[in-house]
Design a protein around this ligand. Sequence first.
Ligand code: GDP
Length: 460
Amino acid sequence: MTIGHVDHGKSTLLGRLLMEKGVVPHEEIARYERQGALIGKASFKYAWVLDRSEESRSRGLTLDLAYADFATRNRKVHLIDAPGHRDFVRSMITGTTGADAALLVVDVAEGVMPQTREHAQLASAMGLRQVIVALNKIDRVGYDPKRITAAASAVREFLVPFRFDRVDVIPVSAWEGENLTSRSGSMAWYHGRTLEDAIDNLDTRPAAGPGPLRLPAMDVLSVDGVGTVVIGRVERGVLHEDMEVAIEPTGKIGTVKSIEIHGQGVDKAEAGETVGAALRGLARNEVSRGDVLGPIDDPAVEVDSFVVRVAITADIGNAGLGWTPTLHCHTASVPVRLTEILARVDPTSGEEASGTRPSLANGDVARVRFVPLKPLVVEGSDAGPALSRFALRLGRVTVGAGSCIEITPHVKETVAGATSHAGFSYKHAKVGAAARKKKEKEAAENRDIHGRPIDRKGKR
Ligand code: GDP
């Protein structure tokens, strides 16, 4: 997952790296250079590699992120780039959910800037544990070891409070292609890793554990001749053809008619794969972004409230109980109300402090409870990060991030009048809804045209 302050060279670095790895042909870069020269923007020849995918996104499926795959000596790398100009933070939330590491691009001359801080904070709050810092534009400082070493120490120091498990700082020039996949004589003093080596040496996350299917809908399309198609990433479990899926929080049910990955039909999709799934039995408006598909016998769970650990990263004044930011978690965005501040957490030690204050302010880390103001599916982080990491926003400003610790499931009515957890009794819930409808219908039939109850007993 790539992050960093605007103009520090993220797009240039990715474009150049992909060219050096043979993912993007040299001719394409030369073409961008010619086109750029015509409009006085030759310096964007690498950055346009990603614009190309931006373009394809706007034409095709509206995914939030640009992806690219390449291989290092030891592993396959799946690069996720969140477009810089369009709602970056929100894209980052969807993107980091599956990432093993952050690639943080920092301009060696400018050093840490506001977005460097914001992105690092978010990456940390959302549970990313490894960071590679690409200390970029070292050509601009003449490959001067003194300046580069000083800047590297400053970035390391800046990252200490975030307590990442692992931080590599790699000096590079994205523009000159220096120290991305190989080194030339310009920095003979440097004996450390190239960017590719650093990526090669990351710890990989254990494969997504087994467990019931969880597929948050990113987008829903209505395709001629195919019907309702849900686009999203399988975060856990397996999606297969002919499977019956329950859609929460609506409780609707559909059957998987067909599955596509990158335009190819497949009969199943596993965790980590982004798919288009055509569903039978569901209209386009019966499933929407933020809904989560799961197996009908173990569907995703709608919550009444949930407890989180959250870090506040922007000035929100003093936000007391009743504060209502918007929660962005997996593909959902829902307003939530702060209803309890349970404990404060020391941001550097991670320990819970005794005593609470009645409000939250910039820089606070706390354990709190939220109540969603619209139906919402989230999971505790023990089920993995994908449906538990979140960011909080007020308007277009990100004001905090964190992870859900514990949920209180929404309780749906059942026929017998007994209650049961929504997640484990969709059938009851369905029957419950049907029973409710029947009752409403009967009640309507038992009223006269003025809405007054008809006393049938009395008439008998
Ligand atoms: P982004 O906003 O982080 O994606 O930054 P861009 O990749 O668009 O780069 C911003 C500007 O910095 C562009 O004019 C690039 O040509 C320039 N740039 C990027 N990397 C380097 C580098 O390594 N050296 C020099 N000299 N310029 C660079």
